[in-house]
Design a protein around this ligand. Structure first.
Ligand SMILES: *Cc1c(COP(=O)(O)O)cnc(C)c1O
Length: 360
Protein backbone atom coordinates (compact mmCIF):
# COMPACT_ATOMS: atom_id res chain seq x y z
CA UNK A 1 0.00 0.00 0.00
CA UNK A 2 1.10 3.56 -0.70
CA UNK A 3 -0.31 6.43 1.35
CA UNK A 4 0.12 9.59 -0.67
CA UNK A 5 0.25 12.77 1.41
CA UNK A 6 1.75 14.78 -1.43
CA UNK A 7 0.82 18.47 -1.75
CA UNK A 8 -0.15 18.29 -5.40
CA UNK A 9 -0.96 17.14 -7.95
CA UNK A 10 -3.42 15.54 -5.59
CA UNK A 11 -4.52 12.01 -5.12
CA UNK A 12 -7.81 11.12 -6.76
CA UNK A 13 -10.14 8.25 -5.92
CA UNK A 14 -9.16 4.91 -7.37
CA UNK A 15 -12.42 4.56 -9.22
CA UNK A 16 -11.70 7.87 -10.96
CA UNK A 17 -8.31 6.56 -12.10
CA UNK A 18 -10.01 3.41 -13.39
CA UNK A 19 -12.75 5.26 -15.28
CA UNK A 20 -10.24 7.72 -16.69
CA UNK A 21 -7.92 4.99 -17.93
CA UNK A 22 -10.86 3.16 -19.50
CA UNK A 23 -11.83 6.35 -21.37
CA UNK A 24 -8.31 6.63 -22.74
CA UNK A 25 -8.90 3.29 -24.46
CA UNK A 26 -12.51 3.83 -25.39
CA UNK A 27 -14.72 6.74 -24.56
CA UNK A 28 -18.28 5.47 -24.77
CA UNK A 29 -20.25 5.66 -26.93
CA UNK A 30 -17.88 7.12 -29.50
CA UNK A 31 -15.59 4.11 -29.87
CA UNK A 32 -12.76 6.65 -29.78
CA UNK A 33 -10.28 7.52 -27.07
CA UNK A 34 -11.09 10.56 -24.93
CA UNK A 35 -7.70 11.83 -26.13
CA UNK A 36 -8.73 11.92 -29.79
CA UNK A 37 -12.32 13.16 -29.73
CA UNK A 38 -13.12 16.60 -31.04
CA UNK A 39 -13.67 19.22 -28.38
CA UNK A 40 -16.54 20.40 -30.59
CA UNK A 41 -18.18 16.97 -30.60
CA UNK A 42 -21.58 16.40 -29.01
CA UNK A 43 -19.92 13.98 -26.61
CA UNK A 44 -17.41 16.49 -25.26
CA UNK A 45 -20.04 19.21 -25.24
CA UNK A 46 -21.93 16.94 -22.84
CA UNK A 47 -18.82 16.49 -20.67
CA UNK A 48 -18.08 20.19 -20.28
CA UNK A 49 -21.73 21.05 -19.68
CA UNK A 50 -22.00 18.34 -17.04
CA UNK A 51 -18.83 19.60 -15.34
CA UNK A 52 -20.22 23.14 -15.19
CA UNK A 53 -23.47 21.78 -13.71
CA UNK A 54 -21.57 19.75 -11.10
CA UNK A 55 -19.50 22.78 -10.06
CA UNK A 56 -22.66 24.88 -9.74
CA UNK A 57 -24.49 22.20 -7.83
CA UNK A 58 -21.69 21.23 -5.45
CA UNK A 59 -20.81 24.83 -4.59
CA UNK A 60 -24.33 26.23 -4.82
CA UNK A 61 -23.28 28.85 -7.36
CA UNK A 62 -26.02 31.50 -7.58
CA UNK A 63 -27.38 33.14 -10.74
CA UNK A 64 -25.17 35.79 -12.28
CA UNK A 65 -21.92 33.83 -12.13
CA UNK A 66 -20.05 32.10 -14.95
CA UNK A 67 -18.02 28.93 -14.53
CA UNK A 68 -14.90 28.65 -16.70
CA UNK A 69 -12.24 26.02 -17.32
CA UNK A 70 -9.04 27.74 -18.36
CA UNK A 71 -5.38 26.89 -18.71
CA UNK A 72 -2.23 28.40 -17.25
CA UNK A 73 -2.89 27.31 -13.68
CA UNK A 74 -3.69 29.48 -10.71
CA UNK A 75 -0.47 31.32 -11.50
CA UNK A 76 -1.99 32.72 -14.66
CA UNK A 77 -4.98 33.93 -12.65
CA UNK A 78 -2.55 36.00 -10.54
CA UNK A 79 -2.17 38.14 -13.68
CA UNK A 80 -5.50 37.58 -15.41
CA UNK A 81 -7.57 38.83 -12.48
CA UNK A 82 -5.88 42.26 -12.21
CA UNK A 83 -5.61 42.51 -15.99
CA UNK A 84 -9.40 42.27 -16.21
CA UNK A 85 -10.36 44.16 -13.06
CA UNK A 86 -7.69 46.65 -12.02
CA UNK A 87 -7.24 49.88 -13.97
CA UNK A 88 -3.78 51.44 -13.98
CA UNK A 89 -4.75 54.34 -11.72
CA UNK A 90 -6.78 52.26 -9.24
CA UNK A 91 -5.85 50.27 -6.15
CA UNK A 92 -6.58 46.69 -5.16
CA UNK A 93 -6.25 45.43 -1.57
CA UNK A 94 -4.15 42.29 -1.08
CA UNK A 95 -3.89 39.96 1.89
CA UNK A 96 -0.34 38.58 2.17
CA UNK A 97 -0.57 35.18 3.84
CA UNK A 98 2.06 33.15 2.01
CA UNK A 99 4.13 32.52 -1.07
CA UNK A 100 1.12 32.22 -3.37
CA UNK A 101 -0.36 35.49 -2.08
CA UNK A 102 2.93 37.27 -2.62
CA UNK A 103 3.16 35.93 -6.14
CA UNK A 104 -0.34 37.26 -6.80
CA UNK A 105 0.79 40.65 -5.42
CA UNK A 106 3.82 40.69 -7.67
CA UNK A 107 1.66 40.14 -10.74
CA UNK A 108 -1.01 42.68 -9.76
CA UNK A 109 1.64 45.41 -9.50
CA UNK A 110 2.14 45.11 -13.25
CA UNK A 111 -1.40 46.36 -13.82
CA UNK A 112 -2.23 48.87 -11.09
CA UNK A 113 -1.65 49.89 -7.48
CA UNK A 114 -1.49 47.30 -4.75
CA UNK A 115 -2.25 47.98 -1.11
CA UNK A 116 -1.10 45.16 1.17
CA UNK A 117 -3.69 45.48 3.94
CA UNK A 118 -2.19 42.80 6.18
CA UNK A 119 0.72 40.38 6.15
CA UNK A 120 2.04 37.59 8.34
CA UNK A 121 5.37 37.49 6.52
CA UNK A 122 7.44 38.62 9.52
CA UNK A 123 6.32 35.47 11.37
CA UNK A 124 7.01 33.20 8.40
CA UNK A 125 3.30 33.12 7.57
CA UNK A 126 2.40 31.02 10.60
CA UNK A 127 -0.91 32.79 11.21
CA UNK A 128 -3.76 34.61 9.50
CA UNK A 129 -3.90 38.32 10.46
CA UNK A 130 -7.30 39.33 11.89
CA UNK A 131 -7.26 43.04 12.64
CA UNK A 132 -7.08 45.09 9.50
CA UNK A 133 -9.33 47.24 7.38
CA UNK A 134 -10.04 47.07 3.70
CA UNK A 135 -10.40 50.61 2.30
CA UNK A 136 -13.86 51.08 0.77
CA UNK A 137 -12.40 52.43 -2.45
CA UNK A 138 -10.37 49.29 -3.20
CA UNK A 139 -11.33 47.82 -6.56
CA UNK A 140 -11.22 44.39 -4.98
CA UNK A 141 -9.77 42.49 -2.03
CA UNK A 142 -7.59 39.50 -2.93
CA UNK A 143 -6.98 36.62 -0.54
CA UNK A 144 -5.73 33.02 -0.53
CA UNK A 145 -8.18 30.78 1.31
CA UNK A 146 -5.67 28.04 2.12
CA UNK A 147 -1.93 28.51 2.32
CA UNK A 148 -0.72 25.22 0.94
CA UNK A 149 2.92 25.72 1.89
CA UNK A 150 2.52 27.08 5.42
CA UNK A 151 -0.57 25.14 6.51
CA UNK A 152 -2.87 28.00 7.45
CA UNK A 153 -6.42 28.49 6.28
CA UNK A 154 -8.81 31.43 6.43
CA UNK A 155 -11.64 30.11 8.59
CA UNK A 156 -13.71 33.28 8.42
CA UNK A 157 -13.47 35.58 5.45
CA UNK A 158 -13.42 39.30 6.26
CA UNK A 159 -16.77 41.04 5.97
CA UNK A 160 -16.45 43.78 3.40
CA UNK A 161 -18.46 45.61 0.76
CA UNK A 162 -15.43 45.46 -1.54
CA UNK A 163 -15.60 42.63 -4.13
CA UNK A 164 -13.58 39.65 -2.93
CA UNK A 165 -11.23 37.75 -5.25
CA UNK A 166 -10.02 34.47 -3.82
CA UNK A 167 -7.39 31.91 -4.78
CA UNK A 168 -9.00 28.68 -3.55
CA UNK A 169 -6.57 26.33 -5.27
CA UNK A 170 -5.94 24.07 -2.32
CA UNK A 171 -9.26 23.97 -0.49
CA UNK A 172 -11.93 24.30 -3.14
CA UNK A 173 -14.61 21.60 -2.69
CA UNK A 174 -13.17 20.74 0.72
CA UNK A 175 -15.59 22.88 2.72
CA UNK A 176 -18.76 24.86 2.31
CA UNK A 177 -18.37 28.38 0.97
CA UNK A 178 -20.91 31.03 0.16
CA UNK A 179 -20.10 31.86 -3.45
CA UNK A 180 -22.23 35.00 -3.26
CA UNK A 181 -19.61 36.46 -0.89
CA UNK A 182 -17.05 36.38 -3.71
CA UNK A 183 -16.72 38.25 -6.99
CA UNK A 184 -14.10 35.93 -8.40
CA UNK A 185 -12.88 32.51 -7.31
CA UNK A 186 -10.08 30.64 -9.02
CA UNK A 187 -8.37 27.34 -8.40
CA UNK A 188 -5.78 25.24 -10.16
CA UNK A 189 -7.51 21.86 -10.41
CA UNK A 190 -4.59 19.75 -9.29
CA UNK A 191 -4.93 20.32 -5.55
CA UNK A 192 -8.42 19.08 -4.92
CA UNK A 193 -10.49 18.94 -8.10
CA UNK A 194 -8.72 16.92 -10.75
CA UNK A 195 -5.50 16.56 -12.70
CA UNK A 196 -3.11 19.39 -13.56
CA UNK A 197 -3.88 21.28 -16.75
CA UNK A 198 -7.17 22.95 -16.00
CA UNK A 199 -8.04 25.90 -13.79
CA UNK A 200 -11.50 26.53 -12.42
CA UNK A 201 -12.75 30.12 -12.49
CA UNK A 202 -16.07 31.26 -11.05
CA UNK A 203 -16.70 34.88 -11.91
CA UNK A 204 -19.53 37.27 -11.13
CA UNK A 205 -20.57 38.61 -14.50
CA UNK A 206 -21.30 42.14 -13.32
CA UNK A 207 -17.71 42.87 -12.26
CA UNK A 208 -16.46 42.52 -15.82
CA UNK A 209 -16.18 45.12 -18.57
CA UNK A 210 -15.52 48.03 -16.23
CA UNK A 211 -12.05 49.03 -17.39
CA UNK A 212 -10.84 49.99 -20.85
CA UNK A 213 -7.49 48.25 -20.98
CA UNK A 214 -6.96 46.22 -24.14
CA UNK A 215 -6.89 42.56 -23.14
CA UNK A 216 -5.60 39.69 -25.30
CA UNK A 217 -8.51 37.39 -26.16
CA UNK A 218 -7.18 34.35 -24.32
CA UNK A 219 -6.82 36.39 -21.13
CA UNK A 220 -10.18 38.11 -21.35
CA UNK A 221 -12.83 36.57 -19.05
CA UNK A 222 -15.59 37.92 -21.32
CA UNK A 223 -14.14 36.22 -24.38
CA UNK A 224 -13.81 32.98 -22.43
CA UNK A 225 -17.40 33.25 -21.16
CA UNK A 226 -18.73 33.93 -24.66
CA UNK A 227 -16.77 30.96 -25.97
CA UNK A 228 -18.00 28.61 -23.24
CA UNK A 229 -14.35 28.00 -22.20
CA UNK A 230 -13.70 26.95 -25.79
CA UNK A 231 -12.19 30.02 -27.39
CA UNK A 232 -9.41 27.59 -28.20
CA UNK A 233 -8.99 23.86 -27.58
CA UNK A 234 -9.68 23.29 -23.89
CA UNK A 235 -7.79 20.68 -21.83
CA UNK A 236 -10.23 17.93 -22.77
CA UNK A 237 -8.81 15.13 -20.65
CA UNK A 238 -8.24 17.26 -17.53
CA UNK A 239 -11.83 18.49 -17.71
CA UNK A 240 -13.10 14.94 -18.20
CA UNK A 241 -11.21 13.61 -15.18
CA UNK A 242 -12.37 16.59 -13.10
CA UNK A 243 -15.93 15.68 -14.05
CA UNK A 244 -15.39 12.09 -12.90
CA UNK A 245 -13.99 13.36 -9.62
CA UNK A 246 -16.90 15.72 -9.05
CA UNK A 247 -19.34 12.89 -9.78
CA UNK A 248 -17.50 10.88 -7.11
CA UNK A 249 -17.77 13.80 -4.69
CA UNK A 250 -21.48 14.17 -5.35
CA UNK A 251 -22.09 10.46 -4.83
CA UNK A 252 -20.33 10.70 -1.47
CA UNK A 253 -22.78 13.33 -0.30
CA UNK A 254 -21.16 16.45 -1.69
CA UNK A 255 -19.19 19.20 -0.02
CA UNK A 256 -21.06 19.01 3.28
CA UNK A 257 -20.16 15.36 3.76
CA UNK A 258 -16.56 15.75 2.61
CA UNK A 259 -16.14 18.72 4.96
CA UNK A 260 -17.21 16.51 7.84
CA UNK A 261 -14.62 13.92 6.82
CA UNK A 262 -11.92 16.53 6.27
CA UNK A 263 -12.55 17.93 9.74
CA UNK A 264 -12.30 14.46 11.25
CA UNK A 265 -9.04 13.74 9.42
CA UNK A 266 -7.46 17.04 10.46
CA UNK A 267 -8.63 16.78 14.06
CA UNK A 268 -7.19 13.28 14.40
CA UNK A 269 -3.77 14.27 13.08
CA UNK A 270 -3.52 17.55 15.01
CA UNK A 271 -4.54 15.71 18.17
CA UNK A 272 -1.58 13.36 17.72
CA UNK A 273 0.82 16.21 16.90
CA UNK A 274 -0.26 17.98 20.10
CA UNK A 275 -0.13 14.81 22.21
CA UNK A 276 3.10 13.29 20.93
CA UNK A 277 6.10 14.86 22.70
CA UNK A 278 8.29 14.33 19.62
CA UNK A 279 6.24 16.60 17.36
CA UNK A 280 4.87 20.11 17.28
CA UNK A 281 2.67 22.07 14.88
CA UNK A 282 4.10 25.12 13.14
CA UNK A 283 1.01 27.38 12.98
CA UNK A 284 -1.35 29.24 15.28
CA UNK A 285 -3.90 26.67 16.39
CA UNK A 286 -6.96 28.68 15.32
CA UNK A 287 -5.58 29.11 11.78
CA UNK A 288 -4.54 25.52 11.18
CA UNK A 289 -5.35 24.22 7.72
CA UNK A 290 -7.45 21.10 7.30
CA UNK A 291 -5.86 20.41 3.94
CA UNK A 292 -2.14 20.83 4.63
CA UNK A 293 -0.96 19.92 8.11
CA UNK A 294 2.52 21.31 8.80
CA UNK A 295 4.59 20.02 11.71
CA UNK A 296 8.19 19.65 12.81
CA UNK A 297 10.03 17.59 15.45
CA UNK A 298 11.17 18.96 18.78
CA UNK A 299 14.56 17.50 17.93
CA UNK A 300 15.28 18.41 14.29
CA UNK A 301 17.88 15.66 14.12
CA UNK A 302 15.09 13.11 14.35
CA UNK A 303 13.37 14.40 11.21
CA UNK A 304 15.45 12.44 8.72
CA UNK A 305 15.06 9.14 10.57
CA UNK A 306 11.32 9.71 10.96
CA UNK A 307 10.91 10.51 7.27
CA UNK A 308 12.82 7.33 6.40
CA UNK A 309 10.68 5.36 8.86
CA UNK A 310 7.44 6.58 7.26
CA UNK A 311 8.71 6.03 3.73
CA UNK A 312 9.47 2.42 4.60
CA UNK A 313 5.82 2.09 5.59
CA UNK A 314 4.66 3.42 2.22
CA UNK A 315 3.83 6.89 3.48
CA UNK A 316 5.01 9.33 0.83
CA UNK A 317 4.90 13.04 0.05
CA UNK A 318 5.38 14.01 3.69
CA UNK A 319 8.48 16.18 3.38
CA UNK A 320 7.71 19.79 4.22
CA UNK A 321 8.24 22.64 1.79
CA UNK A 322 11.79 24.03 2.01
CA UNK A 323 10.50 27.34 3.42
CA UNK A 324 8.99 25.60 6.47
CA UNK A 325 10.98 22.38 6.79
CA UNK A 326 9.79 19.38 8.77
CA UNK A 327 6.69 17.70 7.45
CA UNK A 328 3.52 18.53 5.62
CA UNK A 329 0.68 16.04 5.43
CA UNK A 330 -1.63 17.10 2.62
CA UNK A 331 -5.03 15.57 3.14
CA UNK A 332 -7.13 16.38 0.13
CA UNK A 333 -10.65 15.07 -0.38
CA UNK A 334 -9.66 11.70 -1.82
CA UNK A 335 -7.32 10.80 1.06
CA UNK A 336 -9.17 8.25 3.19
CA UNK A 337 -9.13 8.60 6.96
CA UNK A 338 -7.51 5.15 7.11
CA UNK A 339 -4.36 6.72 5.59
CA UNK A 340 -4.37 9.33 8.35
CA UNK A 341 -4.53 6.56 10.92
CA UNK A 342 -1.56 4.83 9.31
CA UNK A 343 0.42 8.05 9.75
CA UNK A 344 -0.76 8.51 13.35
CA UNK A 345 0.19 4.91 14.14
CA UNK A 346 3.62 5.53 12.63
CA UNK A 347 4.09 8.59 14.85
CA UNK A 348 3.10 6.57 17.91
CA UNK A 349 5.24 3.57 17.00
CA UNK A 350 8.21 5.85 16.36
CA UNK A 351 7.71 7.39 19.78
CA UNK A 352 7.48 3.95 21.41
CA UNK A 353 10.55 2.76 19.50
CA UNK A 354 12.59 5.64 20.87
CA UNK A 355 11.18 4.96 24.33
CA UNK A 356 12.27 1.32 24.15
CA UNK A 357 15.76 2.25 22.97
CA UNK A 358 16.07 4.64 25.87
CA UNK A 359 14.86 2.04 28.39
CA UNK A 360 17.35 -0.58 27.19
C1 LIG B 1 -0.41 25.34 -6.02
C2 LIG B 1 -0.99 26.65 -5.78
C3 LIG B 1 -0.91 27.69 -6.73
C4 LIG B 1 -0.20 27.52 -8.04
O1 LIG B 1 -0.98 26.77 -8.88
P1 LIG B 1 -0.60 26.49 -10.39
O2 LIG B 1 -1.85 25.88 -10.92
O3 LIG B 1 0.58 25.57 -10.37
O4 LIG B 1 -0.27 27.78 -11.04
C5 LIG B 1 -1.51 28.88 -6.45
N1 LIG B 1 -2.16 29.08 -5.29
C6 LIG B 1 -2.26 28.13 -4.35
C7 LIG B 1 -3.01 28.40 -3.09
C8 LIG B 1 -1.69 26.88 -4.57
O5 LIG B 1 -1.79 25.92 -3.64
Amino acid sequence: MIYNFGPGPCILPNEVFKQASQAVIEFNPTGLSILEISHRSVEFEAVINETVILVKELLNVPEGYSVLFLQGGASMQFAMAPMNLLAEDKTAAYFDTGVWSSKAIQEAKIFGHVNIVASSKDKNYTFIPKDFTIPEDSVYFHCTSNNTIYGTEIMEFPKTSVPVVCDMSSDIFSRKINVADFALIYAGAQKNMGPAGVTLVIVKDEILGKIDRKIPSMLDYKVQIDGGSMYNTPPVFAIYVSMLNLIWLKSKGGVEEIERENKAKAEALYREIDRNPLFKGTCEIEDRSRMNVCFVMENPEMEKPFLKYTEDLGIIGLKGHRSVGGFRASMYNALPITSVHVLIDAMQDFELGLQKNRDK
